[in-house]
Write a protein that binds this ligand. Sequence first.
Ligand code: RFL
Length: 388
Amino acid sequence: MVILGAGPAGLVLANLLHANGVDCVVLERATRTHVQTRARAGFLAANTVRILERHGLAGGLHRHGRPHGSCEFRTEDGSFRLDYGGLGRGEQHTVYPQQELVSDLLARFLDAGGRIRFETEALAVLGADGQRPSVSVREADGRPRLWRARYVAGCDGRHGATRRSLPPGSVRRHHRDHGVSWLGVLAQAPPSLDAVGYALHRRGFAGHMARSPEVTRYYLQCEPGTAADAWSEERIWHELAVRMRAADHGPLHQGPILRRDVIDLRSDVLEPLRHGALLLAGDAASLISPSAAKGANLAVLEAELLADALIDDLTRGDSRALARYSAQCLTHIWRAQEFSHWMIQLLHDTSGPDDESPFQRRLRRARIESLRTSRTHQDWFAENYVGV
Ligand code: RFL
């Protein structure tokens, strides 16, 4: 079994297969240091925590993760809090940075004798429609090599070899560009409020999410096409203060900006998540905007489903679960996409300069008002916000 990519999807899959006696190797393009320091997600859903617990992979997040169940909306009509941990199914997030989770998964896999080749870039998956697919790679020393396996798991994210290797017409791609971009910054500064902050402002959306007691992620809606370094630190903090209405709610805790990325809010789903012996999981299978913090959670869920299916197939000769894998994941993926799409509509003014814009803006205000006042709406929100 060859697994492409050492992100959350590839490493959960690798740990589960290895623990069940399935011979596998992980091929990863980046260095170990890069993989262990890549800051991305931070909000783990309750189901993700249960999956990791089920397989003894939750030690680190139990020691260092923090429960989180509150978000605050700040709008021109005032602000309100939703303690979502006590709504819906009563589930909370665990805040645990993705790079910490990846480091735990990696250490566990290697300690158990798992094989991983860093700095090994998959170039193409070949012969996936046959019984013996192979992966052509460039090894760390630059030499080409071919890895053969019964199955290849494509867990190499949005820009990996998996997506490039799918023959035209083999898989359908459902795509949506939301026309919205965010400047995401990671600041060496304590969180400014004890909740996720969603600020809806006529200058654009601003978001606040704790990562640790010392590090906070902020998002600022920016013009599509903005370069990551286009805004000065001063402008970033000023814009955040204005949009988050610091004058009414208190100043933001500022600190050096550690990282910045421009994120174009795009969604896409490949269907089915399988082409013969090539099986897709995580961002390689579907991309979801970070507005609802679902990407890493879907990756872990899909990895567990794929591991169970492959273990049945490879150790018991039972391929029924593998046949169901794609449809099962797609149900979860579309549900998450629907909620993420709803969040995008809620957080941004996506209407253009046409006659219908004022109508759209009023709908958005009504939606927020419903969320502020209706317990039924709040329960629905909580269930979908934490659920994957
Ligand atoms: P990853 O983590 O991208 O890992 C893929 C791995 O494959 C390697 N790779 C290759 N290896 C070999 N050969 C090749 N040709 C290769 N090409 C690539 C890469 O080096 C990498 O190590 O995918 P995976 O495992 O599917 O995990 C997906 C998640 O990383 C992603 O969905 C989340 O980070 C999305 N996301 C969030 N998700 C959440 O659930 N909660 C959040 O709060 C959250 N916040 C975020 C996010 C993503 C963000 N960015 C930068 C896109 C915040 C941000 C800013």
